[in-house]
Ligand binder design. Sequence first.
Ligand code: FES
Ligand code: FE2
Length: 427
Amino acid sequence: MLPKEQNELLTRTGPGTLMGDLIRRYWVPALLSEEISKPDCPPARVRIMGEELVAFRDSRGRIGLIAEHCSHRGTSLYYGRNENGGVTCIYHGWKYDVDGNVLETPAEPPESDFRKKLYHPAYPTHEAAGIVFAYLGPKDKMPLFPSYEWMQVPLEQTYVTKALLECNYLQGLEGECDSSHLSFLHRAFDASPGQRLYQLDTSPVYETEETDFGVRMIALRKVPPDQQYVRVSSFVMPLSGCIPAGGRTGELDGFEVHSYVPADDTHAWRYDFGFKRSRPVREEEVHRRKQIGPDYRRIRNMRNDYLQDREMQRSRNFTGIEDFLNHDACATESMGPIFDRSKEHLGVSDKALIAVRRYLLRVVKDFQEGNAPPHLVYEGAHNRFPHVDSIAEVIPANVTWREHFGHLTETATVENRLAARSVRKVS
Ligand code: FES
Ligand SMILES: [Fe+2]
């Protein structure tokens, strides 16, 4: 259980809030590249942490992320014309470039230099892995863009989806720190090897450890007679969970990163990014794409009770709802827009989630006291993260996960990680 003040602290992310200011110190996903797919295409609406923005790709392919409302009298630039190097407001023709400069004010007299005195808010962006990331913090504190493994692989070895979650971001994020729900919420009544592993042991033993990037979470399930199923997940500052994808249910090749970016305090954008280390991704593998409409809203949502099918619930799976994306959404949205965590009763199975909350509360407090937040990189030499990995594997019961996955230690280099995993090197 979390006292009300701490719940407020962690869930409020608008401008000027402590958590909001903390998250703004990191690069966060702002939109998918496909939303502004070509130069001069229509602008896209972007909502992040209560801020109303528009993104556009100018005639030269540069990306702009600027305040949505025109600096003149507030008309939305979403409706604007994106052409000839900027977005033009449809009301009186004020034109903006990607840096927020006002290029033209054609309703003003030709000799007016009024526009040069204006500042229209604009944020730096960085495009990688099919995602446009943004930095919304103070300009003098901007870190390097982090060079994670999943951003280095060729685009055809990756996939990404975006879907609106209709509740506070922390409810979504906490679902990534909770391995035990896999045995229930995502249970299918079939005999696949992966399902068997979850059902053999529904109350895993958890270990957690704080790292330089956040919290590593390990769930250990018994596999009789002499093995154990290990799942290593990571909470990565500030908004992401890295979770194993494949493993015994598929192939041990890459993992997924699920990020929950607050749109406002009662909505979040869930980005599911996945990659394969060794091969291109096949479209049919990204089954969750079928669950999301063109507006990035899920087809199964709270207004249609996630199209729950009680017959399916009797005969096919635990929920009667199709696809894990909707399972997670139903479980977390049905808590309400911002769950009051003073009402919860946490058990042993919530150990990882408790560790992540404790870590976040300490980081927020440190930040409030003027200390630099963790996992921000300002020097190229430190911009590699081989130990941000995520694994699902059955190993002998008499070996510890730490012995078995030596590359997870913080001091691991890229080289010993590659040697440990025998995976293809990515540049
Ligand atoms: S409101 Fe945009 S130009 Fe007047
Ligand atoms: Fe889940």
